[in-house]
Design a protein around this ligand. Structure first.
Ligand code: SF4
Length: 681
């Protein structure tokens, strides 16, 4: 019997926990936590513990499939890739912008780099995006505006150093369990925990100060905290003077947001806002953690800027135990953004609109006609497809038929395309609509790097062979590029691709295989091989052109939809402990599926009693986009007037109900966290 332990990185959330894959005679049999890994120190959450179960499923895609007369038939790689190459060439000749590409937060850095390079250098379009658009696009946009860099400012381990932790819009205990462990350790050392959330989540239950607030009122809540801090002279005057600009403009706006005045809007008791503001401002070091509760709004970028304003106001940037920390939901969503799988950025956040950056990439990739205008975002792609302005899409490892807002609209858009290619490990809801489906290798079957939410770059390593004819995503893309006559795709391994990544991505320049192979990996920016990496950003100066952090005064705006007589509830969405994204992997894990086999909606017990609804009842939840039937879960742990649905479950998909009609102007984020809804038993 041949037993192997292969050091690896968890394929689920952005914590980036280290684990060993256990294989027996070439078959994956389990995982065990990597004890020497500094982030998780020998612990895994339930998802991580069962991360191996989906890999060996019988329903893995094993051979390319081509759809004919509405039915898939098996095809060889040559036939499938030649067909795709000829189609893409046709559209490219007509207009490269008739094509769009979705990269994947679940694929490696090398794969995301390859696909965005293919879209840009082979096709000549900037239409490349991925689902970070629908989670932390506003974090990138908001923190880039204020700090000059759109990523978590501090490391996960560093959270333990905080004397106050303010969590807003994140159920950290369920969604980032190994970050939550650090929060609890900080708390056990005396840190105060403030949690703002419309639901009394497992995270909120541990709070010293709990701030209930109505979905869509993040800005008034944060402005009211800043109002108290300035009114009581608790701001860090020295930090404001030496390291920031725009304070006077901020002061003018936040003085309008007295806690007593915003209470009616946010439904947060004014005395609680005052208490939270004092505790946060008076702490020696205070960390802000947030997730999609902050970002998934048409004001997502403004919400993120407000968290940055609060941190700068109190000098809580650039030091241990502080910072503004967007918690990324997926294993490599940070890396996919870093690699330029975004329509406005090349690798390393070099701007597409910057002619110098475009010239640099043109030289590096040996191509001639890169445009200096950003391409389409995820939601814009769907709108363009519906209007016939987009004719073909290539989707790698994404499942917009569950993850994107207004699924009926997504379906109509994808069906409007003339040609759709989906590259994935399972026949997802999106793959079913494709003209060609390409079978990809899963995480345990390939080498490469992931970048976790704390900017830690680390290896994944091949432990077992992919099933059937499935191939690694980078290998498929490079083969396709060569069939289209492109140069610059002669890579023989992810390691060779990473060498090119280092050349064009300043933040990754100092990362070599020897340094990355250590359990701790490296935090970017790491500009040269003698640089130790950067667990804490902005210690001396911000990454803005003049090195100063910028306060932007932000006013409240109503969400795209507010409740009315016909749709009296606010529907909000989120995640649960046992499932990940669209469920394509966790719902194929026997153990995780057994824990929670389908979706539910939460309703406040008083609302439920008025409507005669009891836990377990099947109820119709309806919005202006459509309706779903879903089981009720009655609880006192959600605000009156608010409903909550986890978005993982295709058969009762929360995103049948969400809207894509209005977008955040900077990050193009739809209003995923607030929909006006009605219910019918
Ligand atoms: Fe995996 Fe996240 Fe759980 Fe760690 S906390 S084991 S990275 S799912």
């Amino acid at each position: 019997m041949n037993i192997e332990y292969v050091p690896n990185t968890c394929p689920y959330c952005g914590c980036g926990c280290g684990m060993n894959i256990i294989s027996v005679n070439g078959e994956i049999e389990g995982v065990e936590p990597w004890k020497r890994h500094p982030m998780n120190e020998g612990k895994l959450c339930p998802k991580g513990n069962f991360a191996y179960q989906f890999v060996s499923r019988d329903d893995r895609l094993k051979t390319p499939l081509i759809k004919e007369n509405g039915e898939f038939r098996e095809a060889s790689w040559d036939e499938a890739l030649d067909l795709i190459a000829s189609k893409l060439k046709e559209y490219r000749e007509e207009d490269p912008d008739l094509l769009a590409f979705l990269a994947s937060a679940r694929c490696t850095n090398e794969e995301n780099y390859s696909l965005q390079k293919f879209a840009r250098a082979v096709i000549g379009t900037q239409n490349i995006d991925h689902c970070a658009r629908l989670c932390h696009g506003p974090s990138v946009a908001g923190l880039a505006q204020t700090f000059g860099s759109g990523a978590m400012t501090n490391s996960i381990i560093d959270i333990e150093e905080a004397s106050c932790i303010f969590i807003i819009g994140s159920n950290t205990a369920e969604q980032h369990p190994l970050i939550w462990r650090r929060v609890l350790r900080a708390k056990s050392k005396g840190a105060k925990l403030i949690v703002a959330d419309p639901r009394i989540t497992p995270t909120a239950k541990q709070a010293d100060i709990y701030l209930p607030f109505k979905p869509g009122t993040d800005i008034p809540l944060l402005n009211a905290m800043m109002n108290v801090i300035i009114e009581e002279g608790l701001e860090d005057k020295d930090f404001i003077e030496k390291r920031t600009k725009g304070f006077e403009e901020l002061k003018e706006v936040v003085k309008k947001y007295k806690p007593e005045d915003v209470e009616e809007l946010t439904l947060t008791p004014a005395d609680k806002i005052r208490e939270a503001a004092r505790v946060y401002a008076e702490a020696d070091s205070a960390a802000i953690l947030f997730a999609m509760g902050i970002t998934q709004h048409i004001t997502g970028t403004d919400n993120v800027i407000s968290t940055a304003n609060l941190a700068m106001l109190t000098g809580n940037i650039g030091k241990p135990g502080a910072g503004v920390n967007p918690l990324r939901g997926q294993n490599n969503v940070q890396g996919a953004c870093d690699m330029g799988a975004l329509p406005a950025f090349y690798p390393g956040y070099q701007k597409v609109i910057d002619e110098e950056a475009t010239e640099k990439m043109t030289c590096a990739w040996g191509c001639s006609d890169l445009k200096c205008t950003p391409g389409l975002t995820v939601v814009e792609m769907m709108n363009a497809a519906e209007k016939g302005e987009l004719k073909a899409m290539y989707i790698m490892g994404e499942n917009p038929m569950v993850s994107d807002p207004d699924i009926q609209h997504v379906k109509e858009s994808l069906e409007s395309l003339e040609f759709l290619v989906v590259q994935d490990i399972f026949m997802t809801e999106t793959a079913e609509l494709a003209d060609v489906v390409l079978p990809a290798a899963a995480w345990a079957e390939k080498d490469g790097t992931y970048t976790s939410t704390e900017r830690r770059v680390q290896y994944i390593r091949k432990a077992v062979e992919a099933p059937g004819d499935a191939r690694e995503d980078w290998d498929i893309i490079c083969d396709l590029a060569k069939r289209m006559g492109a140069e610059g795709f002669d890579f023989n391994s992810p390691a060779e691709i990473f060498e090119e990544i280092r050349e064009v991505t300043p933040q990754y320049a100092g990362m070599n295989p020897e340094r990355l192979s250590k359990p701790e990996g490296l935090h970017w920016p790491c500009p040269d091989e003698s640089h130790p990496g950067t667990p804490i950003l902005h210690t001396e100066q911000f990454a803005t052109p003049d090195g100063l952090g910028i306060f932007f005064p932000i006013e409240h705006k109503d969400p795209a939809e507010v409740p009315d007589e016909e749709y009296p509830f606010i529907l909000t969405t989120g995640r649960v402990l046992f499932h990940y994204h669209t469920g394509s992997m966790t719902r194929r894990s026997e153990t995780l599926d057994r824990e929670l086999p389908t979706g539910f909606f939460e309703i406040n017990d008083e609302d439920a009693s008025e409507l005669g609804i009891r836990s377990g009842d099947m109820v119709k939840v309806r919005t202006r986009r459509g309706e779903i039937e879903i089981t009720a879960r009655v609880t006192p742990d959600i605000m009156k007037g608010v409903l909550f649905i986890p978005f993982h479950f295709a058969e009762c998909a929360a995103n049948m109900l969400t809207s894509s009609s209005e977008l955040d102007p900077a990050a193009k984020m739809p209003e995923l966290k607030v929909s006006a809804a009605s219910i019918e038993k």
